[in-house]
Design a protein around this ligand. Sequence first.
Ligand code: ATP
Ligand code: MG
Length: 570
Amino acid sequence: MAENDISRPADFIREVVENDIKTKKYDSRVHTRFPPEPNGYLHIGHAKSICLNFGIARDYGGLCNLRFDDTNPEKEEQEYVNSILDSVRWLGFDFGPEALYASDYFDFMYKAAGYLITAGHAYVDSQTADEMRENRGTLTSPGKDSPFRGRSEEENLRLLREMRDGSHPDGSMVVRAKIDMASPNINMRDPALYRIKHADHHRTGGKWCIYPMYTFAHPIEDAVENITHSICTLEFEDQRPFYDWLLERLAEGGLLERPLPQQIEFARLNLSHTILSKRKLIQLVQEGHVSGWDDPRMPTISGMRRRGFTPEAIRNFCDRIGVAKRESLVDIALLEYCVREDLNKRAPRAMAVLRPLKVVIDNYPEGLTEELDAVNNPEDASMGTRKVPFSRVIYIEKDDFREAPPKEFFRLAPGREVRLRYAYYITCTGVIKDEKTGEITELRCTYDPKTKGGDSPDGRKVKATLHWVSARHTVAAEVRLYGYLLIKPDPADVEEGKDFKSLLNPNSLERLQSCHVEPALASAAQGSRYQFERLGYFCVDPDTSVDQLVFNRIVTLKDTWAKIEKAKKK
Ligand code: ATP
Ligand code: MG
């Protein structure tokens, strides 16, 4: 029954789900949810949660809701809602015709608070925030009962109504569960259920001036949607007793039906060199350290999408990291490996020169253009071939020439012969320099007409093959190279409270504005991805215009992940 992909390691959450199916705990139903708060854009950590929740629903023939946990009006916005919808769809998951909203259950939540008061499980507390904090106790000492804990049902209900009707200012009172101020679990010491907040909500407008607390709202949202497995990150482990307490009380009162959802916690994703705190990401955007939420350096889904990552690669990454009960740090090289692995299969090859050096081939006929055959993808013959124009003046990469080459340098040097990809063997015969600066401005070469296509008829070997672009046929482009935003690999080094901006990499963006790409790319569509031979994978950025192509470097070709794996085996 389970279409569980064999390449995915079984995890402890899937074990729980399979067992519940076997025992018919939920009548063999599986219903998960992904519950973002619309207070920022989704990032790669959320992708892990999305893949887990939607993946379980898919694997066990169940459903997964996309539900906005929009209980905090001051921080939430429609822009965030839209971006989240967009990101989940782009990742390739189907949440049915519409997303759901916690705010649609505000009436029910209000009723639930009233019921809890009536049943003696809740009260209105008029202590100040400071008093409440003081009386909550500590990890080692019990809390103290609020002097308002004994209010009558009538008084509590009247105050609840007055709160709702706007008769009281923000912070003057809260509704609290009546559980146990001496509980060893601080979360069970009469947690707040409702607070007064005279603020407009992005969906309910001015209808409410009281809003449910997350810890109260979330279990109710799950239960109302008949969720079976409520999967969340580890920081909610201590909340689980309250989750269960609340749903039990509401089921006793007939407000909810059994079986009730169960909460299961897993370790969040931590990724090297990567900030995954929404609060910090917002700061990066608002203070202009990046160009926006979709800046290709951002760990957001929209940033990765703009950079050129594919949804397949991100899903694959999430499958590979799996889920565990203990937090760890995942090396970002694994994510890059997944991107490279996917693009290697799909991205057509092209030639581009990022830092051009002019080469004149003296014995090549002036005015002649040859159309040479180039393979589009050596991994996939069905992608065919294309023609690449060759002529007397070409550009090669500056890095591919050394006037005085060190021993390990096998590329072009004075007197040396190399292969031009798909074209000819050339030999460097001269170096022309700027008289003032001494900078090399041009190379003179000769070619061997018998090596057309890049093969020598006499079996003569060369040690390097260079990519190139014909100067007369080239298309100008800007290429943007990206480094990590964080200079420190472990984001935990970004200490809480400290200004993390001192740890930002000042060289995370390099713009090369005089690049040359082969003419086949002149009309490359936004978002299309290529492997520039020997350089890496690149994607056409939305900043592209009719006058100027703009490419993002998605990843280099260097596979640091394979190196890490190899080193581990040694
Ligand atoms: P905050 O609650 O501080 O605004 P958040 O990142 O938890 O930030 P939510 O919108 O609450 O944001 O997250 C939606 C879901 O994604 C939650 O279920 C949360 O547990 C999960 N999630 C968030 N960050 C990660 C992460 N790094 N790894 C895995 N899951 C995550
Ligand atoms: Mg959260």
